[in-house]
Ligand binder design. Sequence first.
Ligand code: SF4
Length: 167
Amino acid sequence: MKLRLAGIVPESIVDGPGIRLAIFFQGCPHRCPGCHNPETHDPAGGMEVEAAELLRRIREARGIDGVTFSGGEPFEQAAALAGLAEEIRRLGLDLVLYSGYTFEALLQKGEKEPHVRRLLEAGRLLVDGPYMEAERDLTLPYRGSRNQRLIDLPRSLAAGAAVEWEA
Ligand code: SF4
């Protein structure tokens, strides 16, 4: 299955807890004013990669605590990403997901799109919501604006409501 990528950071310390292999997916419909990655917006931009090739890179990575899916908007490619996310979990790595959609919007989307629900179920942490310039705060860990939350996915999915993550 093919995925569209904007880029990979092999060892990131800003895209979730610990040292993470961060994958930035191409294509984003949100168009947040002040977005720091406008080059990721065009769904036809970036480069195409086979999911199997990406999994090989993840398997070969050494010294990482987990993997992060960021963007762009990873949930625009949920059909291709759900299986990869499940493989990452089978490797014993945890998964952090970024989305411009809120947790509540994704929960609703997941009712009609099973792969969206599968992707949420494979994640440990979701950084949710659009970047908002008026809420910009560079002191926050792993996010750029105060409206964005760190959501504990297993606990939130079990509760059916957003539960914020406690480090
Ligand atoms: S969701 Fe992220 S990548 Fe998309 S426009 Fe907003 S800040 Fe940029």
